[in-house]
Ligand binder design. Structure first.
Ligand code: ZN
Ligand code: ZN
Length: 363
């Protein structure tokens, strides 16, 4: 496939600037699944890819047929013994002298083992070389992300009609996952967060046995993986009635969310955008109740570069897809987070999520 070939060529030309003439992706039990998928189209859990003037792809009998379908234009080797023996033998036959390897996704023992088999070749640890390429999405990737979002939003709309007081968070999460899978999701992008009442004050809560009751806030932070790409969206609802406190924090978070959206554009610093949204919450008196960053990139994985936070050094570029997700969390009461997915353009951003958020909707 042309797109994968282009990505490998781009990576290699970037590496050549550092006098590195090859790159190896060692994907064992999905240890580097996202990068090998990005570079080759392979969706399985175990394979090795060598990118250099002479490329090669290694897998074992479990994946041979799958590779033949998914990976085009790279010579395929079937491993019958130990992966690293075959891989090292192939590398030695090439002209590679300095071989790049992902230090984020490769275990130390694997690197040591490979180094022992390649004594004349320098292994160069590279932290985020492929991840950086993945930051800006191409047209096809954006289409897949749009589809994943659409599927998530229609599933959310469906589950909302089925919720009745007395259901547990876990029951709602399970029903929602069934709806998503039936609609075409490969899987959920992360453990779905369905948090009722006081649990919605825990930003990374999952879904437990708490029953939904009248007067609760009910928070959904949900996403799917479809066509290899993720979505990530948060909406909050009120069950039966809206309390004054819930309305107050909802309105502030909505204003912060809109401030974040208005600030996002190519050339802007991640921390600047975070600040625009955070200031709204600070000024309203909830400074200590928004502890996480404003947003993050996503794509093949649900958390990717860049980061939008006070500590971020990232600068937004056209084609990046990121979340904007401010929140206020009140321990013992509940929390509100409103998370949208956006595509960065030169002069602003396009909001890809369209699930209504203008009012705190009562279920
Ligand atoms: Zn989320
Ligand atoms: Zn998120």
């Amino acid at each position: 496939m042309k797109i994968y070939k282009e990505r490998r060529a781009k990576l290699l030309s970037k590496l050549r600037e550092k006098e590195i003439d090859g790159f190896i992706t060692l994907n064992f039990e999905s240890s580097d699944a996202a990068n090998i998928y990005y570079l080759s189209g392979f969706r399985g859990s175990t394979a090795v890819l060598i990118i250099a003037e002479e490329e090669s792809f290694f897998t074992d009998s479990r994946y041979i047929e799958q590779v033949q379908n998914e990976v085009k234009g790279i010579p395929l080797h079937q491993v019958k013994g130990k992966y690293l023996d075959d891989v090292a033998a192939a590398v030695i036959k090439t002209k590679i002298t300095r071989l790049g390897i992902s230090s984020n996704c490769t275990s130390y023992s694997l690197v040591e083992n490979l180094r022992g088999k390649l004594p004349t070749i320098e292994l160069v640890p590279l932290k985020e070389e492929v991840e950086q390429l993945r930051r800006c999405k191409d047209k096809e990737e954006i289409t897949r992300i749009r589809n994943a979002i659409r599927l998530t939003e229609s599933s959310l709309e469906k589950i909302l009609t089925q919720i009745t007081p007395g259901m547990t968070e876990a029951e709602i999460a399970l029903e929602l996952e069934v709806i998503m899978r039936k609609a075409g999701a490969e899987k959920v992008a992360f453990d779905l967060i369905v948090a009722a009442g006081e649990n919605s004050a825990l930003p990374h809560y999952r879904a437990g046995n708490r029953k939904v009751k009248r007067g609760d806030l009910l928070l959904f932070d949900i996403g799917v993986r479809a066509g290899g790409y993720c979505s990530d969206i948060t909406r909050v609802f009120a069950v039966g009635k809206v309390t004054a406190k819930a309305q107050e924090i909802y309105d502030i978070v909505l204003t912060a969310n809109r401030a974040g959206l208005a600030a996002a554009a190519a050339g802007k610093h991640g921390k600047e955008i975070d600040k625009q949204a955070r200031d709204v919450i600070d000024v309203a008196g909830y400074k200590d109740h928004f502890g996480h960053g404003l947003g993050h990139g996503f794509g093949i994985e649900v958390h990717e570069q860049p980061r939008l936070s006070l500590l971020s050094e990232d600068i937004l570029e056209e084609g990046m897809v990121v979340t904007i997700e401010p929140g206020i969390y009140l321990s013992g009461f509940g929390g509100v987070r409103i998370e949208d997915d956006i595509l960065i353009h030169a002069d602003g951003c396009e909001v890809l999520t369209s699930f209504p958020k203008g009012e705190l909707r009562v279920l």
